[in-house]
Design a protein around this ligand. Structure first.
Ligand SMILES: [Zn+2]
Ligand SMILES: [Zn+2]
Length: 363
């Protein structure tokens, strides 16, 4: 089979034939990949921002067909349509599973266990999650697989594996934004637009989109933002948010940009008792936070990994929202590329030209 392999950071991926993958062992599922979207988390590995042993195989927003199941697999059967993401559905037995937080399951799947080998027989490190979606076939633990209805288009479904759930889930699952709260979303790319969708779904107002590009802010409005702030053009962006929230600052702020400066700016946009949720993978340390901001304003700074989702509940729910016309997915897709042209898809995402580019495996 073919796969797109990273041999050297900041070099194009090599699309190679003759790649192999292990047959599914106990509790594992082999999937014939149909579509995998390219995510910013993949780019962090391609550029070396997040170091990883090489050669490596990325891709974690994947949808496809169950090809083979291993011993003891009960969740799916051959031919089922599934998505594969990075968030485990949990063991169902541990403390976190029992309190409804399966994304913290103590049995969380070890990241990066190699199952693929290149044509020379070298093992490929799984990067940006244990999925291996940039290959024609992959084998994963059944906890990472979520069955979806047959009539859900797989090119849309793959977006529910990471980008949509990370943004939407941070609002709905992590922050549990109550109706009539004010929300700011910093960064309105492929994840931020889904935080905006989550805020609208939760009944928030105003929903303030913050970005540096007018074109992105325009898209944010199409996804339901009621107000916009251009960080580059607005003289005092924090004051602008306060003016939009009766002088109080926002009740909830979601920072989807992977930057510590953006986290600081976002936190300043929150008001008394405001909660700031960090979603974007930022490198570096946070600084310049004063204890007084926390003590006398009771502000919260927290995070949400993978949208804090309960994958077996939330992914099918989001699929049904899409099918009911209440969740935008088509509008998130910029372009489709066959695996052979994956480097074009990656470059366009790097340049900020794309929301989601999708690699197609179906002929
Ligand atoms: Zn992702
Ligand atoms: Zn568990």
């Amino acid at each position: 089979m073919k796969a797109a392999i990273l041999y050297e950071v900041n070099k194009p991926l090599v699309v190679e034939d003759g790649v192999t993958v292990d047959s599914p062992g106990k509790g594992e599922v082999k999937v014939k990949v149909a579509f995998t979207a390219v995510c910013h988390s993949d780019l962090h590995f391609f550029t070396g921002d997040i170091p990883s042993p090489l050669p490596g195989l990325a891709g974690h927003e994947t949808a496809g067909y169950v090809d083979e199941i291993g011993e003891g697999v009960t969740k799916v059967k051959k031919g089922d349509t599934v998505i594969i993401g990075t968030v485990t559905s949990g063991c169902g037995q541990c403390y976190y599973c029992k309190i409804g937080k399966p994304h913290y399951c103590v049995e969380r799947i070890a990241f990066g266990r190699p199952k693929h080998k290149n044509a020379k027989g070298q093992p490929l490190t799984l990067m940006a999650g244990p999925v291996g979606g940039f290959a024609e076939y992959t084998t994963v633990p059944q906890e990472l697989v979520t069955p979806i209805p047959k009539n859900m288009p797989l090119d849309k479904a793959c977006l529910l594996a990471c980008g949509v759930t990370s943004g939407f889930g941070a609002v709905v699952n992590r922050a549990r934004v109550p109706a009539m709260s004010s929300v700011v979303v910093v960064g309105t790319g492929g994840v931020g637009l889904n935080s905006i969708q989550g805020a609208v779904f939760s009944g928030a107002y105003p929903v303030i989109a913050v970005d540096v590009l007018d074109s992105k802010l325009k898209t944010a409005k199409e996804f339901g933002a009621t107000h916009t702030v251009n960080l580059k053009k607005e003289k005092d962006p924090v004051k602008a948010v306060q003016d939009m929230t009766n002088g109080r600052g926002a009740d909830y702020v979601f920072v989807t940009v992977g930057s510590v400066d953006a986290i600081r700016t976002g936190f300043s946009m929150s008001g008394v008792m405001g909660m700031t949720v960090v979603i974007g993978l930022a490198q570096g340390n946070l600084k310049d936070f004063t204890p007084l901001e926390f003590i006398f304003n009771e502000k919260t700074l927290t995070g949400a990994g993978g949208g804090s989702i309960r994958s077996s509940i939330d992914i099918p729910f989001l699929a049904s929202l899409y099918q009911a016309g209440r969740l935008k997915l088509d509008e998130l897709i910029t372009a489709y590329y066959p695996l052979e042209r994956i480097n074009e898809a990656v470059d366009s995402l790097k340049k900020g030209e794309a929301l989601r580019n999708i690699i197609t495996f179906e002929k």
